[in-house]
Design a protein around this ligand. Structure first.
Ligand SMILES: Cc1ncc(COP(=O)(O)O)c(C=O)c1O
Length: 387
């Protein structure tokens, strides 16, 4: 089945549910066993079927089945947020004395909380690598994990995923990728050498700014057991309503992404031509440094990109942002609405330079009418120079 058909048909079974189109939302902690034999058998099953609320209900499994099919993976583990999906996966694959290579441009909390915090506190050695250089020369005998996003958060540089994965595999390391930007619709990461693909389903899968959810799709049963064990040990599980909303979001992911992409490309091109703008960071633009890699490996671009303004004061940026009518200022992205926040892409980088430049912004282009979005931006840019 093709992706659009999988989106509509996976993770639901009306024939088992009175003909009702969507799966029911199971709210559960206790799961009762009718006999002692079944009660005892349940304990021996390694994360199979319904055992206890924390390890998942049919609602959780429905979401996981659909995501697994979209990525063409072995199994999926769902978690209570995107960051939980990152942290649980990293903790599951690494132990004291191991080494991890992490791209310099990953999502801030992945770097600061998961890698610098949890991993280093657990005795894992972390090295950041320059996304433009790859991992050659940085591997150690203890390297077990290579982790990246492509494009990277805030700066949107593309990585050569198959090349990095090949080097990592030669060294016996497992490749983890946060694929939240592209989703399986625009990049089937497991087909390009990635072993474990992570997504903050809070973003495009949920799609309506009302879900906290993460998903991790693995290639092998061993990886599944490691990640599920760690999730369970940490007591991490998504709520049933969020799983349901994640699954409901999936049904329209393709049509939403199509519009996000169309609007984003138009807005990015329009911004490129503006005198207030220094650079637009979006690999779908033909003159973006990552465009060739994006075109080679990806089948589309989502609605999130960066903008570097020409040098203006903070007061001017505040005037622009404070007065926006349609672009709201808020964390997260991937919902139906447009967002714009200031960013500081050089703040955490240690392995690569992000040259000093004017103020940077991150835009998420929503599903609004394109002309209205551009009008809002035009007025906003006007406030920059009138400040
Ligand atoms: C690339 C990326 N990964 C992970 C996350 C974390 O997701 P969540 O907010 O669900 O924890 C985010 C959130 O902004 C993100 O942008």
């Amino acid at each position: 089945m093709k992706k659009d058909t999988l989106l509509v048909h996976k993770g639901r079974s009306p024939g088992d549910n009175h003909g009702i189109v969507n799966p029911p939302v199971y709210h559960a902690s206790t799961v009762i066993s009718p006999t002692l034999a079944e009660f005892e058998a349940k304990d021996r099953k390694a994360f199979e079927g319904v055992q206890y609320g924390r390890t998942g209900t049919p609602t959780t499994f429905a979401l996981e089945e659909a995501v697994t099919a979209l990525y063409g993976g072995h199994k999926t583990v769902s978690l209570s947020s995107g960051l939980a999906a990152v942290s649980v996966s990293m903790l599951a694959m690494l132990k004291q004395g191991d080494h991890a290579l992490v791209a310099d441009n990953v999502y801030g909390p992945t770097r600061v909380r998961t890698c610098d915090g949890l991993l280093r506190r657990s005795g894992v050695d972390v090295t950041y690598f320059d996304p433009a250089q790859g991992i050659g020369g940085l591997l150690k005998p203890e390297t077990r994990v290579v982790f990246f996003e492509s494009p990277g958060s805030l700066t949107f540089e593309m990585l050569d995923v198959p090349a990095i994965a090949a080097v990592a595999h030669d060294a016996g390391a497992v490749v983890l990728m946060d694929n939240t930007w592209a989703t399986p619709l625009f990049f089937r990461a497991l087909d390009h050498g990635v072993d474990i693909v992570i997504e903050a389903a809070t973003k495009y899968i949920g799609g309506h700014a009302d879900v906290m959810l993460g998903v991790v799709t693995v290639s092998t049963e061993e990886q599944f057991q490691q990640i599920k064990w760690t999730a369970n040990a940490l007591g991490n599980c998504p709520g049933p309503d969020d799983c349901y909303l994640g699954l409901r979001g999936l049904r329209t992911l393709s049509v939403r992404l199509e519009r996000h992409q169309r609007n984003a490309l138009k807005v990015a091109e329009w911004l490129q031509a503006r005198p207030e703008v220094d650079r637009v960071l979006y690999p779908a633009l033909p003159d973006d440094p990552g465009h060739d890699l994006w075109k080679r490996d990806f089948t589309g671009a989502s609605g999130l990109f960066g903008v570097v303004l020409k040098d203006v004061s903070k007061d001017a940026v505040a005037k622009m942002l404070d007065g926006m009518d349609l672009f709201a200022m808020g964390a997260s992205w991937g919902g139906y609405e447009s967002l714009m926040i200031p960013t500081d892409p050089g703040r955490y980088r240690s392995a690569s330079e992000w040259p000093p430049a004017g103020p940077s912004l991150r835009l998420h282009i929503g599903l609004e009418d394109l002309d209205d979005l551009i009008e809002d931006l035009e007025k906003g840019l006007g406030r920059l120079t009138s400040a």
